[in-house]
Design a protein around this ligand. Structure first.
Ligand code: HEC
Length: 456
């Protein structure tokens, strides 16, 4: 009873001096965003579960989470503040505003005015952006007529050959990291998710932009992915080191191959659809078997993070922050492993000289690769303002597209490689004719405040 009276008194004081903090409305979203990955659902690190009222009141293995009215004496506050806050573990500290919110909540009595709502607040897509959002992924339809780009929570589609206004397809994902047309051009896929919440993919009809389906899985955003050559599945890189294979048919179960020790930043199918090449923040490039759902071989270890992978019928390609683009002969790099079938664990990198197929040195960190549908041309985006296009069989440079908006973060080619789409940090998209090396179109695909554009 006394405690109850005390809490009431505190609330009263707080209401008198300012905004009252609501657990459900204000505090829970902070926990959900920054802590839920380790302290909710099946996870209760430190025996603390923040999505459960009983656990909130009981605290973790050390004891109560808070002393109502006394933020300075509260474990929650000591854990998230100081020079090097303990929580969230291994991640950027909470902003001062968020720490203050938690403090105010405790100062006001740490009332739990409603159970934690697992539903996240709806993703907000501005009608007009203050500044142009970076392009995280770009794709061009096999026939070269329709372009699709990803920026933040939306996918934008537009026609290459006319000036019809772009079509904005909103999603309920925080971040779209990958857009791609299916090999037959009948589907547009958008992959991504919300950090520490879910990964997923949404399929759109590229003709009218309607949503055909999609699904959410895993507990974190997906990175770059790839349609299987038959268009029946998509593979995505996961933040947990796994490759996710997601059948387009929602009745079929997704599968995972857990092979990397850090984010899988990119995945690509081999031309026959039987193997997957993957690159990771763990700096390795690996090849795995789609049928066997297992690693065939760790084919290389780079000096830095791998950002992009691709494949032609004979060769796997990978590039990253070390400013290298490397090819690997599929057969030679995994051949013996596949025939003996003994490769269920990491194979030591060997025979590297025999299976490596070098490219010329790249001008900067390789950020993205775009392969034509016929797998004959490979476009390479780097942090510089140039996109080079290589012939995949000889690995010689066919052309270099100048003045793409640097740094380029996204590239795509159509089926025969005659058209290139490129976009990056500046939010501008360019479409080039790769034969004549002429700019066909350049635009900022979403509305941006005029002042912001003028001020650039
Ligand atoms: C990446 C995982 C991870 C994230 C994210 C994370 N924690 Fe933790 N947390 C842990 C682990 C692990 C422990 C146990 C540490 C120990 O016992 O040494 C812990 C312990 C705690 C404890 C102490 C529990 C006790 O009784 O000992 C508190 C309080 C806490 N976390 C709060 C938070 C808050 C608040 C956030 C979000 C702002 C957060 N954590 C985010 C992993 C995480």
């Amino acid at each position: 009873m006394r405690r109850f009276a005390f809490i009431l008194a505190m609330c009263f004081a707080a209401t008198a001096c300012g905004a009252e903090v609501s657990f459900q409305r204000d505090v829970w979203p902070v926990f959900k965003r920054h802590c839920a990955g380790c302290h909710s659902g099946q996870k209760n690190k430190g025996r603390l579960q923040l999505d459960d009222v009983a656990s909130l009141l009981k605290g973790g293995k050390t004891g109560p989470l808070f002393v109502a009215g006394k933020p300075d004496d509260s474990l929650l506050i000591t854990q998230v503040s100081g020079d090097k806050p303990d929580m969230p573990e291994n991640e950027a500290p909470l902003s001062p505003a968020k720490v203050k919110l938690l403090r105010d909540w405790i100062a006001q009595g740490a009332k739990i005015d409603g159970a934690p709502i697992s539903q996240v607040p709806p993703v907000v897509i501005p009608a007009t952006y203050a500044t142009a959002p970076a392009i995280s992924s770009a794709a061009i339809s096999p026939d070269g007529k329709v372009a699709a780009i990803a920026c933040r929570s939306e996918v934008v589609m537009f026609n290459v050959d006319d000036d019809a206004p772009p079509r904005r397809l909103r999603t309920d994902f925080d971040l779209i990291t990958h857009v791609e047309f299916s090999p037959d051009g009948k589907r547009l896929a958008a992959g991504g998710g919300s950090p520490q919440q879910f990964g997923g993919v949404i399929f759109f009809d590229p003709v009218n932009g309607t949503r055909q389906g999609g699904r959410r899985l895993g507990a974190d955003t997906f990175f770059k992915g790839n349609f299987s050559p038959d268009g029946q599945s998509m593979a995505f890189g996961g933040a947990n080191g796994a490759i996710y294979i997601i059948p387009v048919n929602e009745k079929e179960q997704p599968k995972t191959i857990e092979i990397h020790s850090d984010w899988v930043t990119a995945v690509a199918y081999s031309a026959d659809g039987r193997q997957l090449v993957s690159g990771s923040r763990d700096k390795t490039t690996k090849i795995s078997s789609v049928q066997g759902l297992r690693l065939l071989r760790s084919i290389d270890q780079s000096a830095d993070v791998i950002n992009a992978v691709a494949a032609d019928p004979l060769t796997a390609f990978s590039g990253g922050n070390a400013a290298t683009l490397t090819g690997y002969d599929f057969k030679l790099s995994v051949g013996d492993v596949e025939t003996t079938g003994s490769g269920n664990s990491t194979q030591p990198v060997s025979k590297r000289d025999q299976y490596v197929r070098n490219f010329e040195v790249q001008a900067g960190a390789v950020m993205a690769l775009g392969i034509s549908g016929d797998r004959k041309l490979l476009a390479v985006a780097t942090r510089t303002a140039e996109v080079r296009i290589y012939q995949t069989d000889t690995r010689t440079r066919k052309t270099a597209i100048p003045m793409a908006p640097a740094p380029v973060l996204a590239v795509g080619l159509n089926r025969d490689g005659s058209r290139l789409i490129a976009g990056g940090k500046t939010g501008e998209i360019q479409i080039w004719d790769t034969t004549s090396v002429k700019l066909i179109k350049s635009l900022t695909p979403v509305p941006v405040q005029q002042a912001a554009i003028a001020g650039k």
